[in-house]
Design a protein around this ligand. Sequence first.
Ligand SMILES: C[S@@+](CC[C@H](N)C(=O)[O-])C[C@H]1O[C@@H](n2cnc3c(N)ncnc32)[C@H](O)[C@@H]1O
Ligand code: SF4
Length: 608
Amino acid sequence: METRIRPGVRLREDVFGGICYVPQRDDFFAANQKIFLYLKSLPDTWTKVATTDKEAVTALAALGICETRSPKITEKAYCGPSFLGSFLELPSVSMPLVVNCFCTAHCPLSCIYCHADDLMKQFRDTESDDDIDNVAATANMLPAMVAVITGGDPLTRPRRAKALIERLAAEKALVLDTSGVGDITTLVPLLKENNVHVRVSLDTISNQNRKLRPTNRQYVKNGESSSLGAIRTIDICHAEGIPLTVQTVITSLNENADEWRDLRDWLVARGVRNWVIHVVVKGGAARRIEEASKGKRTTIVPSSYIYTKLWRLVDETIKRRLPIDIRCTDTDTTPNSVLLIGSKGDLYTEGYAHKGKVCLYRIGDARPDLIQALWPHLDRFGHARRYLNWNPWFFEGRSLETICYDVPVPETSELTTQANPVETEAKYPILDVATLEALLAEFGFQASGGAKFQRDEYFDTAERFAKRLDYVVRLRQEGGLLAVALKGPRHWVGRTYSRIELEVPAGSESAVRDSLHRSGFEATWYMEKRRTTYLTSRRSLVAAVDEIPELGFFLELEGPLSDVREMESKLVKVLGPQERRNYAELFRTYKLESGVHSEEIVGASFTS
Ligand SMILES: C[S@@+](CC[C@H](N)C(=O)[O-])C[C@H]1O[C@@H](n2cnc3c(N)ncnc32)[C@H](O)[C@@H]1O
Ligand code: SF4
């Protein structure tokens, strides 16, 4: 058997392990530490699977996280909660998973329950070509793994949809929400090129859909119904191999198990493999209807049995092994768990203690730092719960740990070993520097020049904007030369991140410091060291002897794991145990253990 990670799958580390996003099923999975480490070891190119890894790889291939050949394991339907490995409790996520981006406020339908209604009509007249750039700018400031291009309806303004796809695809996985009414064909090449997952809305396969999702004659001149548009778009996506989900909103008007079954069976027959059911959220038009119906018997909200009924549908689908994933959301209980960027670029959430949308950030505020600072004020737990498919009323009251998805990761895995052939920072305290230097010479190492002094100083604003926005501003002194470095936010694509890094020689030290000070930057940390680098003629292994203020001398070995291990065994008598912490962490720990208060530890210097 051979395997590779499925192209487009994204991984992001988190305190509990990490998150895995699978674009072809538009699904997130939370993985515990052990399984996340395993996911990170899945190769990008076809690699032979050892017998010990087969079971784990098979389990992951069934979810579409990796793919296999000889034999090919087919992806299976999965309706369970999205937790890999064991979780005792639902984790919260450190950064957003999804941000919804309004592509336009225009829409060909007037769905009776539309929760986006309050971000549509009043914004239509003033929508301009320029404000799509603001939508993209706000979205790019939020470190969400997935951006949903929504509205209104992207098909009413394909040029704006195109602009958003082009601006967002480099950093985020993309989903496009549509009623299907309109012409998707002009977008098809771009959707395919950027692996965009399309979600089409369809509430029933009967005529009832027209009542729930009526067309707006101002936009739809040919009399086409919303169902016809949705079906046409579903078929086009299938024919083009575009990954697809159908979304259904459940209100009191389609709370009917027979209607649901008819729709499910139609979807299965049509080849749709992902179905998301939203229990109506009381927002926008749904809230208006609900408020108008107070005291009357008519209501848009489904009955209190809705969850039992939905579970019966899911349970029956699992038991009949129908090839369709069904996921349900009930965001009405956690409205402020969803991030929404309006068509002008402002950021909103649905109010929890506030009626209607709450504006969290306005594009003209020019305080991009605030956008991330707002994240803790959202319902992060609700956010994780919504996107990790945890429905407490499902699975007959069983605890989460009994229904997590098992991935039988072997104790010793060939994949994990192969994925980490190079250990970049094997670091050891040196017990006897003179003997170590003599041994290095004996094994063919030569010092390349003498010990080089290096001082790194890190800067931030008083409000710590750089840290919050994931920037690094660093001043480096080395061998009498000064350089300023600016590193931009990290962008995670798959398992690695990239960031813009710029390092330029700086002018006089006092001029640079003055300039940083005038721009509002102050030093937040500094680290000095003296480094002597040792090379051999083969150059595959590099040794560095670092002198660290107050801590003494350390050896760093860099090269292929086998070479590092071999050298470690040769030098063992002059080395302490391998140290995995970086120098800043070691220094802080040493100072704290010496009784220094945390706030007094601001850096490591030979002169202090
Ligand atoms: C606001 S629409 C925008 C995209 C596109 N116009 C469409 O209908 O798919 C996005 C999704 O939200 C769903 N939706 C609208 N109002 C809702 C509500 N009150 N509660 C839950 N979902 C809702 C829609 O059915 C659709 O699946
Ligand atoms: S749900 Fe979608 S199609 Fe329906 S009115 Fe709202 S935005 Fe338009």
